[in-house]
Design a protein around this ligand. Structure first.
Ligand SMILES: [Fe+2]
Ligand SMILES: [Fe+2]
Length: 311
């Protein structure tokens, strides 16, 4: 049994969406990837900034957390050079694959081809467990002192108007088995995934387009479980209690929006075996004077999702 006094720290960031570093060949810009490319050029490129992300990453790496979790949308278009670039950035920051968990988001399965070829698992292979097998490897399970961390894959290729995720019943079964295992005894469960595990009330179309299909399968299977759930995808700070689940969403790690709920940030959580002891958002404001560029703020116990928010 881990001693009650043991604490660990987890750093969490998500949704990198970095500007493209190379040209994408024209023949690879057909269909959905072409629309995504146009979106990057016209909309995303205006607020998602590489320099802002690099500064945030450097700061996050300096935290020397026991584990850093990146909850997906590592790439924009799931092109190989995006992963090579991100791999270099993560290595250059000093993060260590041994203490980092990287999960896929919908942008990492952006096209049917990238999903079929497992572009994410190939491109991020050095950041996944050794010999990782996508079919058998999720959830990625890590025993970390007083906590048990389980990272699900909810990403699946969708058509051009959808960014929604999917709950895989096989992964849910493995998750349940992990929660019943000896390793789970006397440890606090932390579940990480890209898509938030809830529907947005009165937003059926929005959930069809960008929600999590089968979310109730996951939440029903966790009924009676007390756990912390970490996610990305919404690009905004959110927190809600769902039964025994404390569900926390982090903003995009590159989005310089000038609004505290959307501004690029990482979260830092301290746990012991009884649960979450503290949760802090570290926001980066690139345009402020150097001394004020990083702002630390305790996370409120509840932060509603802005149902009109942009994904
Ligand atoms: Fe995203
Ligand atoms: Fe996403």
């Amino acid at each position: 049994m881990p001693p009650t006094g043991d604490t660990i720290r987890i750093c969490h960031f998500s949704d990198l969406h970095l500007p493209l570093q190379e040209r994408v060949p024209l023949h690879r810009l057909m269909g959905k990837r072409g629309l995504g490319y146009a979106n990057l050029r016209i909309l995303r490129g205006k607020t998602h900034k590489l320099a802002a992300f690099e500064a945030l990453l450097a700061r996050a790496a300096c935290e020397k957390a026991d584990l850093t979790i990146i909850t997906g949308d590592v790439a924009n278009l799931a092109v190989e050079f995006e992963y090579a670039f991100i791999d270099r950035l993560l290595r250059g920051s000093g993060l260590d694959p041994a203490t980092t968990m990287v999960l896929p988001g919908n942008h990492d399965r952006y096209t049917m081809g990238s999903d079929l070829r497992s572009a994410f698992e190939t491109g991020m292979r050095d950041w996944l467990p050794p010999g990782f097998d996508r079919r058998a490897g999720y959830p990625i399970v890590r025993v970390l002192g007083p906590v048990l961390v389980m990272g699900l894959d909810t990403a699946v290729w969708r058509n051009a108007i959808r960014s929604s995720g999917h709950v895989d019943p096989v992964q849910v079964e493995r998750l349940r088995a992990a929660l019943r295992s000896d390793e789970a005894k006397y440890r606090w469960p932390v579940i990480a995934l890209h898509h938030p595990p809830f529907c947005r009330e009165g937003r059926l179309l929005r959930d069809y387009r960008s929600g999590l299909d089968g979310a109730s399968l996951l939440t029903n299977s966790l009924e009676g479980t007390h756990a912390t759930v970490l996610h990305g995808h919404l690009h905004e700070l959110s927190r809600r209690a769902m039964g025994g689940l404390d569900v926390i969403g982090v903003t995009s790690a590159s989005n310089d929006r000038g609004d505290a709920k959307l501004q690029l940030a990482y979260h830092l959580y301290t746990f012991n075996r009884t649960g979450l002891l503290s949760a802090v958002a570290v926001r980066h404001w690139p345009d402020r004077p150097a001394a004020d560029r990083f702002e630390r703020a305790d996370l409120p116990h509840e932060v509603p999702v802005n149902t009109k928010g942009v994904l």
